[in-house]
Design a binder for this molecule. Structure first.
Ligand SMILES: [Zn+2]
Length: 195
């Protein structure tokens, strides 16, 4: 026992002299990590006006689905319109585009998304609220609620509330998260450890 303790102390001292002994303090918390995944996914969107991402997380904090707004599979995003307004509604994106929530649910890599939490950049519209409810998602965490006063969002809140789906706004502690591909070459120790 005593011998083991001595070895442990020796290891501890060695670590303190060669690299920081305490864990990082500015690591991403789970909610900001999942919201950041949603925002990163949104960067895949071809929509010139609105890039929305969604990330579905199970009760073990594992990501089980990611999606962003885009045209349906097999439907060319070069041929379909991206306009928000046109004389003919068929020349706008609205009848065609799949919202991020729909894609995240359909892209799920688990048997189902029952009891999961959906992280999404924008408060879900009423059509997505229906999907969220039917999929068994129990919580929605959104960042922006910029369409709060539209009928679609009012209907969405009404449906989610009736179905017992919780929703809450995510208030980020920082306004941006930078991904620097070069950081891996500058951080860490010179030991053989790679992580
Ligand atoms: Zn929607």
């Amino acid at each position: 026992m005593l011998e083991g303790l001595q070895i442990h102390n020796e290891t501890l001292t060695l670590r303190m002299t060669s690299s920081p002994s305490r864990k990082r303090q500015d690591f991403l918390e789970w909610p900001e990590y999942f919201m950041a995944v949603a925002f990163l996914s949104a960067q895949r969107s071809k929509d010139p006006n609105s890039q929305v991402g969604a990330c579905i997380v199970n009760q073990e904090n594992k990501i089980v689905g990611i999606g962003y707004n885009g045209m349906p599979n097999g439907c060319s995003d070069d041929l379909l319109p991206w306009s928000r307004t046109a004389d003919d509604q068929l020349d706008t994106k609205y009848p065609y585009v799949c919202h991020a929530e729909l894609n995240a649910i359909m892209n799920k890599n688990s048997a189902d998304v029952k009891g999961c939490t959906l992280y999404v950049a924008l408060f879900p519209c009423n059509e997505c609220a229906k999907l969220i409810i039917q999929a068994g998602i129990k919580e929605v965490v959104y960042l922006s609620d910029k369409y709060h006063d539209t009928p679609g969002m009012t209907a969405s809140r009404r449906l989610l509330s009736m179905a017992g789906v919780q929703f809450r706004q995510f208030k980020p502690k920082r306004t941006e998260i930078v991904i620097d591909f070069n950081s891996i070459n500058h951080t860490g120790t010179q030991s053989s450890s790679s992580q």
